[in-house]
Design a protein around this ligand. Sequence first.
Ligand code: NAD
Length: 428
Amino acid sequence: MKIAIVGLGYVGLPLSLQFSRSGVAVLGLDIDPAKVAALNQGKSYIKHIESSAIAEAVKSRGFDASTDFARLREVEAVIICVPTPLNKNREPDISFIIETGKSIAPHLQKGMLVVLESTTYPGTTDEDLRAVLESGSGLKAGADFHLAFSPEREDPGNADSKVGIIPKVIGGYTPACLERAKAVYGRSIKTLVPVSSCRVAEATKLMENIFRSVNIALANELKLIYGAMGIDVWEVIQAAKTKPFGFMPFYPGPGLGGHCIPIDPFYLTWKAREYLQNTRFIELAGEINTAMPQHVVNRTAEALNARRKAMNGSRVLVVGLAYKPNVDDERESPSYVLMNLLKERGAEVAYHDPYVPVIRPTREHPQWTGVRSVTWDRGTLEGFDAAIISTNHQVVNYQELAEWCPCIVDTRNAMAAVKTKPAQIWKA
Ligand SMILES: NC(=O)c1ccc[n+]([C@@H]2O[C@H](COP(=O)([O-])OP(=O)(O)OC[C@H]3O[C@@H](n4cnc5c(N)ncnc54)[C@H](O)[C@@H]3O)[C@@H](O)[C@H]2O)c1
């Protein structure tokens, strides 16, 4: 079997490697020639994916990458893993899916399977993607080619999260489409979870991510309420999670980050408007989570004030730029929002992140492009008035931070097990 995977990013690349390990030849397609060239040379551009795994797939497992969609004639199925961001008005931007559909359509052949994996609102596969595939190919979904949706459940940086053993939800445009998709994924994924339609599969992924967003918002709200009462929410969560049923821990933080949780809920709220449905819970969670960076900056101002310092002119170090621990992905990271807010208040801002040595150009935060992570040594760290722990990477030495930095604002409970001085730690 040979398949194509379009979009070789955080989702498409691990999926390609999983298929290729299972004996399926994979053609990786991407519009980024630099990524294609790196992959064909056996080089990874994602920290938690080993170059050796890619080199092995290229050398002996029939994996190769290309920008040429005409090569779709070589494959019997194509899986789409392209980005689904929000536009500047915070509405779904499915242009990457549509562009990919347009690139696939002229090369679509009878009997081929097309699966969308990108997170999106219910209806994208059987309305939007189907329309471009059908009009560009002259073929009919369900009759001439198969169409399905199967959401990715990648958890970057989690060593226990392996594509092959995570159950995979699949919905087909017709029952025959579902059977075809099951046959393809069944080659490589252990547990398949068939559902009755593409829309159910799309809605399942949104439910999973909205569940996280709402529960993180609840943890953030309780952090504020308990904080005002002098109760440490982290201690409360530790105790609550000993309950063997009916409770699942979620943790507060400096705000949401990454490509999924801050974005995906708004794919549903946007679509819900078409059906005149309100999405109060989801909007409220977004509101609470988005207010967190401001809370952290206010706490930092309080902490500095307690040391007779103004925010204006203080040197503040943000520790951790990636949006979660132990990964190098800083897309949508709340650390950027913190840095912007601190700068607006006149602070001199720097960051340290062992996984992000220099800030690459981003669409959202161009002003930070080229800024480098400061070195981790006593001389450098003693020069800061305060440090804010935004991401708790395991490799950071928090004991050294306690020894070198007089004032630490901790949004992740990273200092819990560290020996600190009185009034040095400000939880936020
Ligand atoms: N990153 C995650 O942890 C995660 C988890 C679950 C689901 N998802 C979802 O998976 C999808 C992909 O996310 P990602 O993190 O892998 O994105 P990514 O940005 O890492 O990778 C996307 C890739 O698609 C390529 N691309 C863009 N337009 C293209 C086109 N027209 N043709 C071919 N290639 C194109 C880009 O060059 C890039 O390499 C999104 O919908 C996301 O919400 C992501």
